[in-house]
Design a protein around this ligand. Structure first.
Ligand SMILES: NC(=O)c1ccc[n+]([C@@H]2O[C@H](COP(=O)([O-])OP(=O)(O)OC[C@H]3O[C@@H](n4cnc5c(N)ncnc54)[C@H](O)[C@@H]3O)[C@@H](O)[C@H]2O)c1
Length: 508
């Protein structure tokens, strides 16, 4: 079968440099474009193939000698990819995956994550070396070269120099604080998260406009930007589809093409919503191009590359600030700590295994958007109730590892609906980019048990057991949550709404 991106053209290629005064507008009321002298079409020069001279941007990726066919589709040879936040859970994993595909990897990090985890007096329960040791191991074990600079994304002078030096052809932006509870600790933490995330991204957009306007930005948002509408309205992929209609007071308007409503659930999530608008505007004003990834919660420890050697593993946190739910549940089970569900546990969220998430990112990176294109993908492979996750972790633990663990409901320190419908549209990754999930929830949980039950890791989990129960309340209180109920897995019926993940392009 033909690769999904085979028919894309120079329009999508970061090596295509537009020539002459091409005045694009994306406000819906475009002015007449002005063309290169005498030419009646938009002309480009190829940064990679200067021998082609000035030409119309019509060569397909399939025809171009700079693009090669891979299992993910056509990919720019030795594509220069800069990962912002390369020392993090996802950044490190992606660097190794893309490096193993032959991409030229560069990255920055200022160790924001390591410092916040220190602030909690916690640690990654999977031991990780400092970035320099990690980079050395990547070279020795996988033959991957990584060009790294310790830079704070807020330091625009340093970031400008590095962008100018590398001239990346895609930028993956992970360099944000990823924690909702951390942003709810107090005023200082909320300001720190919003400054880091919002101002960091805004500054980056200005630098991209100046230095690498042809480069695509693959930016991590979160599914939590949308909230969980109590009406059950589907969570579309960021932008209403063409058929969507608003009917009010006997009048109908099309909503097609407009950004969908956002209903963030913490000051962290608000920072992501603000990013969404800033990126959307930058694409509109300056013809930048971006995929904004509404990311479900990622769980797991496995990709081929991070599993290749213990020196290559990625971090895993379990404390109340940085431990995400599935990762934390498996760690809790490993030490026999009841799996803590906040409130009713019927909250539904979107999830995806680490390996699948990395595959989605690879597919997005190699198929860049067109100039001015702001697009959103919902990156998720399964929707689960929190109680259901606890049951699955307990079941895998018992059946495959002989571990008996209880489930414990505690007070919910968050302000969130504990019972709600949840219908998520995720059509673009499977249909436009050819993504098919490979890793089931049970499979990744099994891999996690295999790793986390290893003695040195189990010990590191036990050392931080006291940091698991939440103390950070959305109300601003700082107190341990009370237990509401403790029960044996498999003894309670799962109630509430059935979520729906809509992946088919037409769902009649
Ligand atoms: N892990 C998930 O389940 C998940 C889900 C939804 C969205 N996301 C988003 O994905 C991105 C990466 O998440 P992660 O889980 O890998 O988090 P992470 O904290 O492990 O990674 C982020 C990295 O960025 C770095 N960083 C933060 N601020 C920086 C700055 N100012 N300058 C330079 N580096 C900086 C951190 O030190 C860290 O290494 C985040 O934007 C997060 O919000 C993650």
């Amino acid at each position: 079968m033909k690769a999904k991106n085979a028919n894309k053209t120079c329009w999508n290629c970061p090596a295509a440099i537009f020539k002459g005064h091409v005045d694009f507008r994306a406000c819906g009321q475009s002015i007449e474009p002005k063309f290169v002298d005498g030419e009646q079409s938009i002309m480009i020069e190829c940064e990679r193939r200067p021998d082609l001279g000035l030409y119309e941007p019509s060569i397909t990726l399939e025809q171009c000698t700079e693009w090669q066919l891979t299992e993910y589709g056509y990919m720019l040879k030795n594509m220069r990819i800069m990962i912002l936040g390369i020392d993090g859970y996802l950044g490190w994993t992606l660097a190794l995956k893309l490096g193993s595909l032959g991409c030229k990897i560069s990255g920055i990090d200022n160790f924001f994550r390591r410092n916040c985890v220190d602030e909690k007096d916690s640690h990654s329960v999977i031991p990780i070396n400092n970035i320099h040791e990690r980079i050395k191991a990547a070279k020795e074990i996988l033959g991957i070269e990584i060009k790294f600079k310790e830079i704070d994304i807020l330091d625009r002078k340093e970031l400008r120099n590095f962008l100018d030096e590398v001239k990346p052809e895609a930028i993956v932006h992970y360099a944000e604080c990823p924690s909702a509870p951390y942003s709810m600790v107090d005023c200082d933490h909320a300001i720190k998260v919003q400054t880091n995330n919002v101002i960091g991204t805004l500054g980056l957009l200005f630098l991209m406009k100046e230095i690498v306007p042809e480069t695509s930005l693959i930016k991590l948002g979160t599914l939590g930007e949308y909230g969980s509408p109590l009406t059950g309205r589907a969570l579309f992929e960021g932008i209403f589809p063409g058929e969507a209609v608003l009917n009010w007071n006997n009048t109908e308007w099309s909503l097609g093409g407009e950004l969908t409503p956002r209903d963030p659930v913490s000051f962290y999530h608000v920072s992501k919503v603000q990013d969404t608008f800033n990126i959307y505007e930058a694409c509109k004003y300056w013809w930048l191009r971006s995929y904004d990834v509404m990311q479900g919660v990622i769980y797991g420890v496995h990709t081929e590359q991070v599993a290749a050697d213990e020196k290559l593993r990625t971090r895993l946190d379990i404390d109340e600030w940085f431990g995400t739910v599935v990762n934390r549940f498996v760690a809790q089970a490993v030490m026999g700590f009841p799996l803590t569900i906040y409130g009713k546990g019927e909250q539904i969220r979107g999830f995806i295994a680490l390996e699948d998430a990395m595959e989605c990112m690879t597919r997005l990176i190699i198929s860049p958007p067109e100039p001015g294109q702001y697009d959103v993908v919902n990156q998720v492979s399964g929707l689960y109730k929190i109680r259901e996750l606890a049951e699955t972790v307990a079941k895998v633990g018992k059946e495959k590892f002989g571990i008996d663990v209880k489930i414990q409901r505690v007070e919910n320190p968050r302000v969130e609906a504990e019972k709600h419908p949840f219908n998520v549209v995720s059509q673009k990754l499977p249909n436009t980019f050819g993504f098919k999930p490979k890793v089931s929830l049970e499979k990744e949980i099994t891999r996690m048990f295999q790793l986390l039950t290893q003695e040195p890791i189990r010990k590191k989990i036990e050392e931080k057991a006291h940091l698991i129960l939440p103390e950070t309340w959305w109300s601003g209180d700082k107190k341990q949550v009370e237990t509401l109920e403790v029960y044996k897995p498999g003894t309670k019926e799962l109630k509430g709404y059935e979520p729906k993940l809509i992946t088919e392009e037409r769902n009649e």
